[in-house]
Design a protein around this ligand. Sequence first.
Ligand code: ADP
Ligand code: ZN
Ligand code: ZN
Length: 730
Amino acid sequence: MQASPVSTFAPGEPLAVLTTQPLDRLLDYRAPEGGAVIGDFVEVPLGPRKVLGCVWGPSESGLPLAKLRAVIRVLDVPPMRDELHSFLMRAAEYTLTPLSLMLFLATRAPGLSSGPAMIRVFRLGNAEPVRMTDARRRVLDVFDSYGGSALTIGEITRAAGVTGSVVNTMAAHGALIEGEAPKDQPYPRLNPGLAGKPLSEDQQAAVDALAAGGDGFGVTLLKGVTGSGKTEVYLEAVANCLRQGRQALVLLPEIGLTEGFLERVEARFGVRPGEWHSGVTMTERRRLWRMAGEGRVSMVVGARSALFLPYRDLGLIVVDEEHDTSYKQDDGVMYNARDMAVLRASLASAQVVLASATPSLESWANAEAGKYKRVDLHARFGVAELPKMRALDLRGQKMPHGRWIAPALKDAVDARLAAGEQSLLFLNRRGYAPVTTCRACGHQIACENCDSRMVEHRFLNRLMCHQCGATAPIPTACPECKTEGSMHPIGPGVERLDEETRSLWPDARVAVLSSDLFGSARALKEQIAAIAAGAADIVIGTQLVAKGHNFPLLTLVGVIDADLGLHGGDLRAAERTFQLIRQVAGRAGRHDKPGLALLQTHQPDHPVIQAILSGDDEGFWQAEANERQALAMPPYGRLAGIILSSTSLEHAFEMGNLLARNPEALHKIGAQVYGPAPAPIARVRGRHRVRLLVKAAKGAPLQQAIRAWLAPLKLPGDTRLAVDIDPQSF
Ligand code: ADP
Ligand code: ZN
Ligand code: ZN
C-alpha cells in the first residue's frame, strides 16, 4: 500500500527528491530545519557534491531515517506548482525520457541555487585612457553585443574568453565600473488597454473566434498567408489573456526574428515582454525564471525551452510558424515544442494558437478532425497581394557551365534593378558547391567523423561538414591520387551563386544570407535590418530567409532549384518542399508593389510544384493526407525511432538486431518494427547510429509497449539508446 499523499514535511521527516542527475529513481533525504513542502526546490548532498532537486513526494524506500542525509536548504523561489509537476511527468512519459532530464529542462535558469539578493555586476566605464589588448577589446565587444547592459563577471569571462583578472584589472583602471545589480526586479506590466491597430473584417472575425475559445483549454490553428496579419491577430489574443490577469507565452522558431517582434509588442502594449533564448544574458534568464514563477512577468517571448518555465498562471501559448522543424529538438530530450505546448496548455487550462501560412500536416489533420478549431485569414493585409507564381522550365535550356540563373530569371532581375526594387535568389545550400570531386580519379572528400561529404566554403576558405561541423583545409591536390589542381566543384551553393550574380550584375549591391557567414546572431540581425532598409539590390539566401522576415522593397523571388528536396526518399519531402517554397515566395511583394516568384525546375508537372503554382493548399494537404492515410503513416498512424549509437557500427547493429528479433511486446499492441538501418544521420562525432522504426496504429499505447520491449535490454558500455517519438523524417 502506498502512503496517503502528504504535502508537508516536518523537520527531519523523510521525503523523496527528484534531482537533475541522470539517475532513474528518486532519492530520500530528511527534511531540513524549517521543514519542506512538495514542490520545494532544494539543494541536496549527493556524494561529495551539492545538487539541485525538487521535493517530489513522501519517501517510499523505507530506508531507516538514520541512513538519510538532510536537505541542505530550500531555495528562495516559489515551489513547483502541480501544473508544472504534471507537465513534466506527462512529457517524460510521452517522450520516454527520464524524469530527471525533464527537471533539468525546467531548472535551466543559471544561478538558481546560488540566488543571492544582490549580485556583483560591471558596467562600461571610460576605456580611453586604458591600454588596449586583444583580451580587453573582446571584453568591450561583449558589452557592445549585449547593448551595454550590466554583466556579471561569469558572463563576461565566458563570452569574451578571458580570465577574471582581465575584468578586475579593467575595473581597477576605470574601463569598467563595478556595482551591484538590484535583486530581481519584476518586469513592467504590459498594458492591454492601449489601442491596437484597427483590424480588417477578416482579422476581427479571427480575433472574435479566438476569444470565443473562452479561458479554458482549446487549440486553434490560425492559418493565413504570409503578410495576412496573423501576428496582429494573435497579439489581440495576448491582450485578452493579459486582461484576465494571466500570463502569455509566444514561441518563435528563430532568435534572429525576435527583435522585430519585440518592437511590435512594445508598440502594442507599451513595454517589452520577457525574453528567453540562448542569446539572453544569464542574469536576465535567472530573473525571468523567478518572475515567471512569481507571476511578475506577464508575457514571455522565447525559444522552445521557454515552455518549461514555472509560470504562475499560463493562459495562452502561441506557437508562431508552427510547422517549423526547429521546434523539434533532436538530441537530449527529443520533443516537439508544438506538441508539448498543447500538452502544457491542457494542464494549465490555457488556450493555444498555432499560427502558420503552411501548417504541418499534423495540425491540418487535427483541424479537419475537429480536434482543433481552425481560423483562416484569406488575403494579405491592405493592398499587398500574394505574389504571382510561375515555373521556369529548365528542360531543354542549355545553361552554360557553372551558370544557374536562367535567362528569364536574369531578365526579371534586370527589371527589378531598373525599378529600384529588390530581388531574392533562393538556394537552400550553404557553401560554394555541394560536391567537390577529383577530375582525375573521381574521389570525393568525406568527413572523418561522419560519412557525409565535406562541403567547400570559399568564404571561410575551409571544407566543412554540414552534419557535425568539422572543418578541414581545402587541399590543392587530390588526397587520393595526388594530382595537383584536380579538385573541382560540382553544382551550386550560395557562395557560387554569389559569384555568378556578381559577374552578371557587377554594379548591383549583393548580400548573402547564410547562417555560416555570420559570426554572431547579432551580426545576422544587423544584416537583416540593413536589407530591410534597402541596403542591397540582390539578396542571396538559404532557408534562413524563408523565416518571417519582412523586406518591404522585395518584389522578386527566384528559386534556383525548386526540385531540391523533392527526392530523398522521405515521406515528408513533399510537405517540406511545399512549405519552404511557399514561405520563400511569401517574401515577395509584402507591401504596395506586386510580387513575382519564379521557380526554376526540371519537373514543372510534379504534383508538389503544381500545388505551389496553383495555390491550391487544401488540395495539396488533402492529397498528402490521403497518401499518409493509405500507408497508415503519421498523422494517421504512430511512429517511434529507436536510435542506437556506438563507436562500433557492429555493436550498434548487434543491439538493433537483438531488439528486432524480440518484437513480442510490440506485437501485443499490433505494432511492427522495421530495421535496423543506418539512421538518417548515420554517423555523428565518430559514433555510428542505427535506427529501428516502430509503427503502430493511431490509438495504440505505443510508449507502454516500447518501455516493455526495451526493459530487458542490456546495453554494452559504449552503446547508447535514445527514443525518438514522432520522428521528423521517415
Ligand atoms: P503575418 O503574421 O500573417 O505574416 P503580419 O501580422 O506581420 O502578418 O502583418 C503583415 C503586415 O501588415 C505588417 O507590416 C503589419 O504591421 C501590417 N498589418 C497587419 N494588420 C494590420 C492592421 N490591422 N493595421 C495596420 N497594419 C497591419
Ligand atoms: Zn584524384
Ligand atoms: Zn562530419
